[in-house]
Design a protein around this ligand. Sequence first.
Ligand code: IMP
Length: 454
Amino acid sequence: MTVTIVGAQLGDEGKGGIVDLFGEPADVVARYQGGDNAGHTVVHEGTEYKLSLIPSGVVRGKIGVLGNGCVVNPRTLFDELDALAERGLDPDVRVARRAHIIFPYHRVLDGIEEDVKSESDQEVGTTGRGIGPTYEDKMGRRGIRAGDLANPDALREQLEYTVPQKRALAEDVYGVETGEEFDIDALYEEYREYGQRLEAEGMFIEAGNFIADRLDAGGNIVFEGAQGTMIDIDHGNYPYVTSSNPTAGGAATGTGLGPSVVGDGDVVGIVKAYLSRVGSGPMPTELAGVEGDTPGYDGNADPEEQELAEYIRDAGGEYGTVTGRPRRVGWLDMPILRHATRASGFTGLAVNHIDTLAGLDELFVGHAYELDGDQRLTVPATTERWAECEPVFKEFEPWPEADWQAVADEGYEALPENARTYLEYISDELDVPIYAVGIGPGRDESIIVEHPFE
Ligand code: IMP
């Protein structure tokens, strides 16, 4: 069977930890979208692994698949593989021949576009990994795919078609001088070698067939979504989004299996007990702000609110895994979760960071929005309208610090009562059961209420 893991908010909900928690019976952990923008942290036997491309299950000996919906930077792929091997692991990662390749010029163009947009405060705050420009080339039917790296003639021909266009874009449109990132010969040599290594190490697959064969043989598959619903290119807060579909539909198109296969299994929405956001865009329940990311924020917030935001940021480790930059933080936003539940059809929820909120003096949830004097329970479709929404808060009784290890050992009923009230409110509002509760970063610091594979 399959279990699809989807970020219900803005990314960084702790999906890696839940893949780890539920992934034990899985044979394959497959990513279906995104690339090396997806910072995820996995703690295994006391060691912390920070990955940005390789599926997190690989750390536990699962076969990791980068599906056709992914964009793959081979430099990152092999850096991460080599780093895991150096730490004594034997990672098994397969790459869909249909996945698109991120080239160095994509990263340069990502940076240029952000710079130009920043002149009019319109930058997205991307991770700078070349994600958008690579998906643009995919949709523009000029992308270079993983399978092409193993075919030197095709690779050369495609580079000769594409690179001069990219160079002209950088130089003639944006007026930026280009360097080795746009050098066809150098790119050809380097990327041809990646193709040889992918081939020699048996990493190429036809993802749909590969996964379908495993399923037919009775295997278990985890589809590991990266990023989150509100940065989905279709269902997110456009244009402050990533360029792929983290929502559950992406698990079908991004691996080559049918929606009925994905829908036959569980779809688990991963929720952080509060909210965090990297980059720009509206965030109605935000506490204080982060200069440069929060629209219009100049560093002057109510000092108490600022202190609370800093407390949550530090307690929750809210600094980007990929970029290291501080994340914006805020109260849980229920309209976002209602939107995510509908868009992906969650069958279960995993709520993380319940421990982070312990010991607060006050605790709120954005239950609804007020817009034009009316209350609404869902997220407006346009960014401008969303930015006009004022949160309608519901106050909850905070819960105290606890011996979280003991709680993890004893199970759900050992959670502080107020934390259970909070979780039950979320579950009731969304009409989706809680499958797991995260009370710390390690796999042992989680409570499984219902295991989707069991
Ligand atoms: P890109 O994916 O690098 O193009 O960035 C587009 C937007 O998605 C930016 O706001 C990023 O901060 C955000 N983003 C991309 N990947 C992640 C992630 O893994 N976690 C949180 N935000 C992300």
